[in-house]
Design a protein around this ligand. Structure first.
Ligand code: FAD
Length: 448
């Protein structure tokens, strides 16, 4: 059984639960007026970055408090990976890992060398969570339950005697002589020698990530690179996409075009929604699209047959079109059922036309459609549905070896709040684990 003492400390852990719900119930019992006020390390934000930072700082023997405004920790973590939590990416070559994070990726190299994907996998396995690697290097718990990932973190927080303060919103920071002295809660103040800001970004604000950390960081003198929704579904102008809602396409290529110039491309899976498009490759392209939207119209060109060049596709069609089958009966051989009507509409080939009477011009039109369905981007669905926020605290002002602020002596930053993000596939949680681990470790060095 878990025991929570009157002063808010967690004293015993004798139940090895994976559900964690009982534990959370107990944690909620703590009352603010009973908790101590002075700590070695105070961490603001109980997401993956804050929890990992707290675990590491606690492990090193520091007196640590983790402050979270929700009544539970890891509210966003629970919805990651569709509730399955794609914990990390099985890319154990750190140089290759950071390439996926774009130009700013180098910043993470040092943290990855200390606590990279391999160490994250070991951490969860050693703490009793079997993991598996799926297509594209995506690492998940074998149970397919994000709750089990959270339970491991809760168990480690307790083991390392981290004081948890749930349902308490930090409303301000008290700064003196270039150092944070305390954090202000609605009714109390918490003093510490070092502080870790892990308040996340602005994506999915319903989970608690409302961007307050940016405001404080800016107030303390940090430059904030404009936060933008990233890994976000896109709204499309063409109304016919709504008719395809729910249709997933595999092995397609999407080119991003602006002023007839190709800006980016991705190969893989996408999904039609009632308002536009989503799915892995769309989410991964959305950041770039968000950056260029203000410069002019953005077109997505979908190649439904990227493995076949025009000549090879034409040869295949010529071969197929020797048959007397109806065009409409043949279409499911070529594209998913739901796309059949669209092909008919765009090619203007009668659905009842016999394949062997389709002429060269019609065949060329069909190839044009198969190799280039065009969609006009209206915009993104915004922070409400964004998986992550791009932008955040400028990396130039953070020491990449320690995650310590170069502006405020006793401030450390970790997780989505910093100006670093990656594609889908576990990269973003890995940023949190690595940065949190390093921040927790070094915040402790500062204090004990
Ligand atoms: C739907 C969805 C699915 C995702 N799936 C994956 C995935 O499978 N794999 C992956 O790698 N990434 C995934 N991500 C991204 C990943 O969840 C985030 O990158 C990650 O949660 C960021 O962690 P964080 O600790 O920096 O911030 P957060 O998880 O946002 O946590 C910050 C915490 O700080 C708290 N907080 C904020 N302000 C205050 C305050 N003033 N006082 C007290 N507390 C405060 C918040 O309540 C919140 O709990 C997904 C995101 C979403 C939205």
């Amino acid at each position: 059984m878990y025991l929570v003492s009157k002063n808010g400390n967690i004293n015993h852990l004798t139940k090895n639960s994976q559900s964690g719900s009982f534990l959370l119930e107990m944690l909620r019992l703590k009352t603010m007026d009973k908790i101590e006020k002075e700590f070695d390390v105070a961490i603001i934000g109980g997401g993956p970055a804050g929890m990992m930072a707290a675990i590491k700082a606690g492990e090193k023997g520091a007196k640590v408090i983790l402050i979270e405004k929700n009544l539970t920790l890891g509210k966003k973590l629970l919805i990651t990976g569709g509730g399955r939590c794609n914990i990390t990416q099985a890319e154990f070559n750190n140089k290759k890992f950071v390439e996926k994070l774009g130009k700013k990726g180098q910043f993470l190299l040092s943290a990855l060398s200390i606590f990279g994907p391999k160490e994250v996998c070991d951490f969860f396995e050693k703490n009793g969570l079997p993991i598996k690697t799926e297509r594209g290097g995506r690492v998940f718990p074998v149970s397919d339950k994000s709750q089990d990932v959270l339970s491991v973190l809760l168990k480690c927080l307790i083991k390392n005697k981290v004081r948890l303060l749930l349902g308490q919103e930090v409303v301000g920071l008290n700064i003196k002589d270039g150092k944070i002295v305390s954090v202000k809660l609605k009714e109390k103040e918490i003093f510490a020698k070092a502080f870790i800001l892990a308040t996340g970004g602005k994506a999915y604000p319903g989970t608690g990530s409302t961007g307050q950390g940016y405001f404080w960081a800016e107030k303390m003198g940090h430059k904030i690179i404009k936060p933008l929704p990233a890994l976000v579904p896109l709204e499309i102008k063409e109304s016919w996409v709504a008719g395809l809602s729910g249709l997933g396409l595999k092995n397609v290529r999407v080119d991003v075009l602006q002023n007839n110039k190709k800006i980016d491309e991705k190969f893989g899976e996408m999904l039609f929604t009632h308002f536009g498009v989503s799915g892995p490759i769309i989410l991964d392209l959305s950041k770039k699209i968000g950056e260029i939207m203000s410069k002019g119209e953005v077109i997505l060109r979908i190649d439904l047959k990227p493995a076949l060049d025009i000549l090879t596709l034409d040869k295949r069609l010529q071969r197929d079109f020797q048959s007397k089958r109806n065009f409409k009966n043949y279409l499911p051989d070529l594209v998913p059922q739901k796309l059949g009507d669209l092909i008919v509409r765009f090619t203007k080939i009668s659905p009842d036309k016999k394949l062997n009477s389709i002429n060269k011009e019609e065949r060329k039109k069909l190839i044009d459609v198969l190799k280039g369905v065009e969609l006009t981007v209206k915009g993104s669905t915004g922070f409400g549905q964004a998986i992550i926020t791009s932008g955040g605290v400028d990396l130039k002002e953070i020491d990449s070896r320690t995650m310590r602020s170069k502006i405020i002596k006793n401030l450390f930053l970790a997780g989505e709040i910093i100006d670093l993000d990656g594609p889908t596939g576990g990269y973003n949680l890995q940023i949190c684990w690595s940065a949190g681990f390093v921040a927790g470790s070094n915040a402790t060095n500062l204090t004990i």
